[in-house]
Design a protein around this ligand. Structure first.
Ligand SMILES: [Zn+2]
Length: 353
């Protein structure tokens, strides 16, 4: 779990058409597999038949398929809210109530554009895809009704239930991050249905399957994670939400662990740089370095340069050891500085030969 690699396995999918046409015969579903052991989640959105096929083998005929690190689905909800949802729902409601065909289609097409834009802007967001497709399919079904007013009201109620969970879980998410017990979300009976597809045939895993509201799916998802004893954590380095088996884990991936180590080392070195013994050492180091550069520039013999470089190396080794003694308090800064000064004649002598 510590070394999980964020894998994103994309399956080729078909584009869902937000167009005025006949509704699909088969219902659209969201299937989810929670693999707490591998810390991964698998999602499919499509008609029930096509998703059934996709569980066994890659299937091009679904609208959305993704494998990703556990936690992404939960975080999607806080990111899915947009005023375009209510704008589109009201446009579709007006479309259903309209008497004239022209207005009916114009409102419908405008909402179709909004849904297309929403899904394109949230390409990797399963909740957005599922909600947009479900609402559109319900609109297409309601268009067939004779009583426009009744159809519009029924439609609005349905659509609002679908988008209800967006943004609703943020306070609970914070509780979970602080490792406080997570209390169940209020859920009414008619909004509590979720199908479970148990392992069957060639499919060795269990799936939660949403056919209407997404709230029961969220609760199922969260329960699977709690049952596995996982805690919600926020990565100290990149800020991403992830799940870990203990509260000491603060970094989400190998990448973030390495980056964080590097940053810690750099801040340690930066702090040390300001120390007087480091500054004194740096000054003396430059003194030696400049002498040798000058020697080379003046065309000294290879033998002389080698002699100078060996002396420089020896100086650096001895000075570093003394610098450490200053650091741990067994030598004073003055002793260190005057020792370094005493070494200057060594290089002066080599250079003047
Ligand atoms: Zn991270």
């Amino acid at each position: 779990m510590q070394n999980r690699i964020p894998i994103k396995k994309e399956v080729k999918t078909v584009r869902y058409a937000f167009e005025i046409r006949d509704p699909l015969i088969n219902p659209v579903i969201l299937a989810m597999r929670v693999d707490a052991q591998q810390n991964m989640e698998y999602l499919w959105v499509g008609t029930d038949i096509e998703v059934g096929i996709a569980l066994r083998a890659p299937n091009d005929n679904i609208y959305f398929a993704q494998t990703r690190p556990l936690g992404a689905f939960w975080c999607e909800f806080a990111k899915s809210w947009d005023t375009a949802w209510t704008d589109a729902i009201w446009a579709l409601s007006r479309s259903l109530e309209a008497w004239r065909r022209k207005k009916r289609d114009a409102e419908g097409n405008a909402a179709g554009d909004m849904f297309r834009k929403l899904t394109e802007e949230n390409e990797e967001n399963a909740a957005v895809w599922y909600a947009a497709i479900q609402i559109w399919e319900m609109y297409l079904r309601c268009r067939r009704g004779r009583n426009g007013k009744y159809a519009a009201e029924f439609f609005r109620k349905y659509a609002q239930l679908v988008i209800l969970p967006f943004g609703e879980y943020t306070p609970e998410m914070f509780h979970w991050q602080r490792e406080q017990p997570v209390t169940p979300i209020w859920n009414c009976r008619e909004d509590a249905k979720l199908q479970i597809w148990y392992p069957h045939g060639k499919i060795p895993f269990e799936c939660g399957v949403a056919t209407h509201s997404l709230r029961p799916m969220l609760i199922y998802y969260r329960q699977r994670i709690l049952d596995a004893g996982l805690l919600m954590r926020k990565c100290r380095h990149c800020g991403k939400i992830f799940f870990a088996s203990d509260s000491r884990t603060n970094l989400c991936s190998e990448e973030c662990r390495n980056a964080s180590k590097k940053a810690a080392r750099k801040s340690f070195e930066d702090k040390a740089k300001g120390q007087p013994y480091e500054q004194a050492y740096d000054r003396e180091y430059m003194f030696w370095y400049n002498r040798i550069s000058k020697l080379k520039k003046e065309g000294a013999s290879a033998e002389q340069v080698e002699q100078a470089e060996n002396a420089f190396k020896s100086f650096c080794d001895k000075a570093s050891r003394r610098k450490n003694r200053v650091k741990n308090g067994t030598m004073t800064l003055e002793e260190f500085t005057s020792w370094m000064m005493e070494q200057e004649p060594i290089i002066e002598k080599i250079c003047s030969e």
